[in-house]
Design a protein around this ligand. Structure first.
Ligand SMILES: [Fe+2]
Length: 391
């Protein structure tokens, strides 16, 4: 579990990974008032340049080496603490969005791209997930308005790699799946904006064009000479076991296990993502919908494993606690209803709290009352969680 302590330090003691709670002393004309996590040395330098002298911070303390692992499966091998990995993960997440937008732009302009770049990026994602999956998983819940197309493929890559690792697949397979997830929707850029971003129901003709994104994407990947199996996985993400999917209407016997996994991760992220016209649903609701699609359309066995892998309250999701506080799930426990959470907001007081980790499996006084959505509350959750110190 990740512990942290609070202390007052001078600017010279500020390091990436610390969370600034309050600026105590500063000179200069530009007053720094907001708080948040320091993610890079350049951020420290920028605060220094703005005259910040003394500040109160929360400092992560890594658990002792001998700490027994409480969680099942993927987590017992975590080599790096959440607070350390989140720094790398945030960088990767930003790079991933930039790379996705560059790829989309290239595809949209009919240009080729170096297939090596997304593959290397996928390897880096998997390396972060191997060190501690919770950091990137948390970031899949950070949604920027209007960035759905960029974030969705990145999220699917992260979720899919985590799922593959949970199933015990080898590194090669895990990377292949992350890679496929990252590239699975490139063809969407060739669908006209009026259809892609249409708020209302699509007409039959528009729906047919929307479905063409799979074919467009496959053409691009073939032109880039991508690996045949990767192309197969991508081509199967809208195929369904009952033969009613697209583009080929493949039957169960024809759809690969990797393709079935991508279908699940794709649907899960699409349902939980905020869109410009509607907020995403809770993971519980999304899982319910996925379960209603099995075994006819989705692979039931894989889906059951997916639910176990993500947990009842997935890492990164918000929960309302019995003590009227909001918290974010940061780690699964063997008992899925009692994860480790980071408490950060008082609903009673209507204000942010100094973030504090609570292991609900170790604390009987507080429990999860319900899943929560940031969109239900008038608070800038993204700014709190991801946006670091800004002026
Ligand atoms: Fe798709």
């Amino acid at each position: 579990m990740n512990q942290s302590i609070t202390k007052t330090i001078t600017i010279n003691g500020l390091r990436p990974g610390m969370v600034v709670i309050e600026i105590i002393e500063q000179s200069g004309a530009v007053k720094v008032t907001s708080s948040g996590r320091v993610t890079s040395q350049s951020m420290v330098d920028s605060l220094k340049a703005k005259g910040v002298k003394k500040l109160r911070v929360s400092v992560p303390v890594d658990p002792p080496e001998s700490e027994p692992a409480a969680a099942p499966h993927t987590h017992k091998h975590d080599k790096t603490s959440f607070n350390t990995e989140i720094i790398t993960a945030e960088k990767l997440h930003r790079q991933g969005k930039t790379l996705q937008s560059e790829l989309l732009e290239a595809v949209g302009n009919g240009l080729s791209f170096d297939e090596q770049i997304p593959r290397e990026f996928s390897q880096k994602l998997v390396a972060s997930i191997n060190r501690n999956p919770d950091a990137l998983l948390c970031l899949t819940k950070i949604k920027e308005k209007d960035d759905y197309l960029l974030e969705h493929s990145l999220n699917v890559a992260i979720i899919l790699a985590h799922f593959a690792r949970y199933l015990g697949m080898n590194d090669e397979e895990v990377v292949a799946l992350a890679h496929a997830g990252f590239l699975h929707d490139l063809g969407k850029i060739q669908v006209a904006d009026e259809i892609l971003h249409k708020r209302g129901k699509l007409t039959d003709a528009e729906m047919d064009e929307m479905k063409n994104h799979v074919k467009y994407g496959i053409d691009v990947l073939e032109e880039a000479n991508m690996d045949g199996h990767l192309i197969r996985i991508v081509s199967e993400h809208h195929e369904r076991l009952d033969g009613l999917g697209y583009p080929h209407g493949k039957t169960a016997a024809e759809i690969s296990q990797h393709g079935r996994m991508l279908a699940i991760a794709d649907m899960y992220d699409a349902l939980t993502a905020d869109r410009c016209y509607k907020p995403g649903m809770t993971s519980q609701k999304a899982i319910k919908i996925l379960l209603s699609e099995a075994p006819e359309k989705l692979d039931k066995n894989l889906l059951e494993n997916f639910v176990k892998c993500m947990g009842i309250f997935p890492v990164g999701s918000l929960v309302k606690l019995s003590n009227k506080k909001l918290a974010m799930v940061v780690k699964q426990n063997a008992s899925l209803a009692k994860p480790v959470v980071k408490v950060f907001y008082s609903l009673g007081g209507g204000h942010f709290l100094e973030p504090k980790d609570i292991d609900l499996s170790q604390d009987d006084r507080v429990s999860i009352e319900s899943a929560a959505l940031a969109s239900d509350y008038d608070i800038d959750f993204n700014a709190f969680f991801q946006r670091s110190v800004t002026v």
